[in-house]
Design a protein. Structure first.
Lengths: 119, 395
């Protein structure tokens, strides 16, 4: 089954000269992870997102829509990217999520609603 | 029913659905009771009958074709009975599912008691002191999460066991603490279930399934030791009898011996842990039956270790009582005064311990006040009777 691994991390960790080095190391970690997923034959996709400051949010309220600058939720940890992987179970998904390089933050793991499945 | 954990676990592993496994077991158990003659192998009969019923139900609902395919291979009872080991032992698998870290910590023990032991939801609700609808909702949600979140019906890989085992043992500890608090057996009597016995069965099952995990053995020993005193915990009037005043001839020495055996095997692994230390403390108390006295110096050292492994105000409280035995009531009181009094303001054991040490230090007025506070904190009947008796002696 498919799982989405949502990476929520503290963007400020990547600020400044030290942050740049940290970012480089983290990106290298993602490259390595992608290689490992390929080697393990796990079907996957994933993207890195631009910083939360670039986000625009639409808010819906029963017919009316309003636009807001900034991300959906104001938190210290922003959605920074995601993977979608196809593995047999939650435990497998958690095992892969554990290997995602995150200096500080959290990863939310959620099953993807299968196409055609009943509500 | 003793066969339940094994049969439900095997059904769950095949059906990959907790509700379906429970329903199938219930149907099979009802059919079994109605038989004119008990089957030769009850567990195997229940397993096969349960599987057939689940299969029928699935067909009726035209559910997922692949699940039916998976089951279709084994439907003939003769096939199953002929096998030397008719029911695969899936209990560990089921336990790991019920205690999966993806489930809220508070629901793991209830779910295990419900699915594995078959305790009715009202019993579990009372055991964990929540309302019935709340517990029903928690268990329903947890089952839905198992189904929807993709929690595997496979054993987790070996390297994930320590982390997962921790969740299992914690769930058991919570269940045990709740069952043990029911000293007077009011809860068990009201529900016609021996809750402590069910928890003990689960703890022994885990120790049996994971003999190489010293903490699993330690927890089973701890439960056995606590249960060995069941007959000595109340006096003729139903009042609680504290451990130090229990009549040792009422202790169950078969359980004590079994616990000692488990602890010896745990020690061979050379990896200590909180449950082994807690069991060692309980075992130290049983020395009174053999040597006539407890080695309080040893108990104090064990509490020092436990405090380092699992620091908590309640452990510190027990340590203070042991310290009082070694160095005197004033030393114990000083240790109690160092505890975070605000956090313990509503903790009955804190006030009971203070009362105990204050009385020993001949500060009767303060002791009486501490007992009054404890009595206001809604003790269960057995403890209330005991506290009232002590209170009466102080005036």
């Amino acid at each position: 089954m498919q799982f989405m691994l949502m990476i929520n991390e503290d963007e400020s960790a990547y600020a400044g000269a030290e942050g740049a080095a940290l970012l480089e190391a983290t990106l290298a970690g993602h490259m390595k992870l992608a290689e490992d997923l390929v080697a393990a034959g796990v079907p996957f996709s994933g993207e890195r997102l631009k910083p939360a400051a670039t986000a625009t949010t639409l808010r819906f309220d029963h017919g009316s829509v309003s636009l807001h600058d900034g991300p959906f939720a104001e938190t210290h940890e922003e959605l920074g990217g995601f993977y979608i992987i196809d593995v047999p179970s939650l435990d497998h998904a958690l095992e892969w999520a554990r290997r995602i390089p995150v200096p500080k933050g959290g990863i939310e793991v959620r099953p993807i609603w299968p196409l055609g499945a009943e509500a | 029913m003793a066969a339940r954990p094994r049969v439900v676990a095997a059904l769950a592993a095949q059906l990959r659905d907790l509700d379906a496994a429970e329903d199938a077991f219930a149907d099979a158990a009802a059919a079994c009771v109605a038989l004119a003659e008990a089957p030769h192998d009850v567990a195997a009969w229940l397993f096969v009958a349960g599987k057939r019923r689940a299969l029928d139900a699935l067909r009726k609902r035209q559910a997922e074709a692949r699940t039916i395919d998976a089951l279709a291979g084994v439907t003939d009872m003769a096939d199953i009975i002929a096998l030397p080991e008719p029911i695969p032992d899936e209990r560990l698998r089921l336990l790991f599912i019920c205690c999966h870290p993806a489930l809220a910590a508070e629901v793991r023990a209830p779910l295990a008691l419900k699915v594995i032991c078959g305790l009715p939801t009202p019993a579990i609700a009372r055991l964990f002191v929540v309302s019935e609808p709340t517990m029903f909702q928690r268990i329903t949600r947890a089952k839905a999460k198992v189904r929807e979140a993709g929690i595997a019906f496979e054993l987790p890989p070996r390297k994930a066991w320590p982390e997962r085992l921790e969740a299992v043992l914690l769930a058991l500890e919570l269940a045990f603490t709740a069952a043990y608090a029911d000293a007077g057996g009011e809860l068990s009597a009201a529900l016609e279930e021996d809750l402590g016995a069910e928890v003990e069965r689960l703890a022994l099952m885990v120790a049996d399934l994971l003999p190489q995990e010293p903490e699993a053995l330690g927890l089973a020993a701890l439960v056995l030791l606590a249960r060995s005193r069941a007959a000595a915990r109340l006096d003729g009037e139903g009042a609680m009898v504290p451990l130090s005043q229990q009549e040792v001839r009422l202790w169950d020495f078969a359980r004590i011996e079994a616990a000692r055996g488990l602890m010896d095997r745990a020690a061979q692994a050379g990896r200590s842990g909180p449950y082994q230390v807690m069991a060692a403390i309980q075992l130290a108390h049983t020395r009174r039956a053999f040597d006539g006295a407890v080695d309080w110096g040893a108990v104090l050292r064990l509490y020092d270790v436990l405090l380092a492994l699992r620091p908590s105000p309640m452990v510190a409280l027990s340590r203070a009582l042991a310290l009082a035995q070694v160095e005197g009531a004033e030393a114990g009181l000083a240790a109690l005064d160092a505890l975070p009094a605000e956090r313990l303001a509503l903790a009955r054991p804190f006030h009971v311990a203070r009362a105990d040490l204050l009385a020993k230090a001949e500060r009767e007025g303060s002791a009486a006040k501490a007992l009054d506070t404890a009595l206001m904190l809604d003790p269960p009947r057995a403890e209330r009777l005991w506290l009232e008796r002590r209170r009466a002696m102080l005036t």
